[in-house]
Structures are given as structure tokens and as C-alpha cells.
Design a protein. Structure first.
Length: 255
């Protein structure tokens, strides 16, 4: 595991533009030492060393589909504390509701209960957005996973990832190029979800959930969301480096 993690961390640092460093594994302590040979932006570098960096592409259940499942399950009263069931559900909307940050622990406990799971398919998993919306709430999504418990694609399907800044519009994005297998799977996923949203999640948080307009055969995609260019740059480096086999923690930092 340490050998794999060492390789991932090195790729991430290089992708971020930090190239003057040395790594050393300490299997007896389950640790990796990193010595930077020149001044490095340590605050930015720490997530490159610790975050798992799991990228997932998933189909979603729309708001109308989730509300219908709840109504049929007889759990409308329980879910009315969390979702706007009194409103007309939107057929093509990926966001099913919103949760304020202070209520996230309570929602997590409710969503894990047997009561909440009634009427939902086994592959449905709830996920919150990367950042709050204008109303201060985190958007709630219902993601679709296969019978094997896997999403449509993961970061393993990505060959290249880089951040892009549109200074005119004041927005940032991440441009992705898939490998051969990933290109085929992305084309299949977009073909299967024409007219429907696909969620792109990073470490369990949804950063983008666009509606699929056409089948994408180019082997490319773009992630946009409520993040700065520096956040996009960091995320692009995490994706380029790959997923860590487990979370890591920084034990000590010496300048």
C-alpha cells in the first residue's frame, strides 16, 4: 500500500507543479517522508498528500423519481422533515432537496435508518454538494450505483486532467480526457442517460450534475462548479495523480 501511495503522491505533486522533492517509505511505521528541496506552498500541498481523491460519475434519480418512491413507500411523513414533498416535483431536476450544514449529522443518521431506506432500490446513495447554494443549504442528490456497488465511471478512466480559468466569465473548470476504456464507458453512460442528469462527485461530494444533451464520443468532459481556479487546480492535480488506497494524515511539518 505504501508503494502505491508514494507513487500517487509523487504524481499529484508533479501535476500541481511541485517537482523538487524526494520521498522515502518507512514500512515499519506505515509512513512516507517527503523532503521538499525548495520552498513549497505547504498549505496547498497538504491535500495532495492526504485526500483520497476519489472521482465518480453516476447516473442520478431525479427529484420526481425520488418523490414518487417516497409516496409509494408510505414514508412521506418521515421524509417531509427533509424534502419539500409538498411542492410539485421536477421531472428532470437532479437536486432533490437541500440540507443546512448544522443538520447534516442528523440527516446522515436518518438516511442510514431502515425507515428511510424503505421503497428505495439497493443502489441508491445520497450525496451532498461540494459547496452550499445561495440559500446556504447543501444540495442533496440521489445517486445510482450498479448491482456491483460501483458508479458508471471512476477516476481510473481519466488519462489527463487540467484546470482552466475563464477570466472573462470569472469561472474555473477542470478539463478531462478519458483513456480508451473510459471513452467507451463515458459514451455508453451519456447514451444511456440522454435527457437526464449525470452527477460528478469528488470524495463523496457532488461538484457538477449536468443534464446530458447528446452522447459524448469525443472521450472528453469538463467539470464546472462553485470553486475557484486554485480549487480547480488542486482538484485537477488530485485527479491526475490518482486515488490514494486509504486516507493519510500529516504527522509533522518542518520548514
Amino acid at each position: 500500500m505504501l508503494l502505491q501511495a508514494e507513487g500517487v503522491i509523487a504524481k499529484r505533486l508533479n501535476a500541481y507543479g511541485i517537482t523538487a522533492f524526494e520521498t522515502e517509505r518507512h514500512p515499519e511505521k506505515a509512513q512516507i517522508s517527503i523532503r521538499f528541496q525548495e520552498a513549497a506552498p505547504l498549505e496547498a500541498a497538504i491535500p495532495l498528500l492526504t485526500d483520497v481523491g476519489r472521482l465518480e460519475f453516476s447516473a442520478v434519480y431525479t427529484q420526481a423519481e425520488v418523490f414518487s418512491m417516497i409516496n409509494q413507500s408510505g414514508q412521506k411523513e418521515a421524509w417531509s422533515n427533509w424534502l419539500p414533498l409538498e411542492k410539485q416535483a421536477k421531472e428532470e431536476q437532479a437536486v432533490i432537496g437541500g440540507i443546512t450544514p448544522e443538520r447534516i449529522p442528523d440527516f446522515g443518521r436518518f438516511a442510514a435508518s431502515r425507515e428511510a431506506a424503505q421503497g428505495f432500490p439497493d443502489g441508491l446513495r445520497f450525496a451532498l454538494s461540494f459547496a452550499p447554494g445561495e440559500n446556504g443549504r447543501l444540495e442533496l442528490y440521489a445517486l445510482q450505483y450498479g448491482q456491483d456497488g460501483k458508479p458508471a465511471l471512476t477516476g481510473a478512466a481519466v488519462e489527463r486532467s487540467r484546470a482552466h480559468s475563464d477570466e472573462t466569465a470569472g469561472t474555473a473548470s477542470i478539463r478531462l480526457a478519458f483513456n480508451e476504456e473510459g471513452s467507451a464507458r463515458w459514451a455508453q453512460a451519456t447514451r444511456d442517460n440522454l435527457g437526464r442528469p449525470i452527477a460528478i462527485a469528488f470524495d463523496g461530494q457532488v461538484v457538477f450534475a449536468p443534464q446530458v444533451k447528446v452522447e459524448i464520443q469525443s472521450g472528453q468532459s469538463q467539470i464546472t462548479g462553485q470553486f475557484s481556479y486554485e480549487q480547480a487546480r488542486l482538484m485537477a492535480a488530485l485527479i491526475q495523480g490518482g486515488e490514494l488506497p486509504a486516507p493519510f494524515a500529516v504527522k509533522a511539518v518542518k520548514q
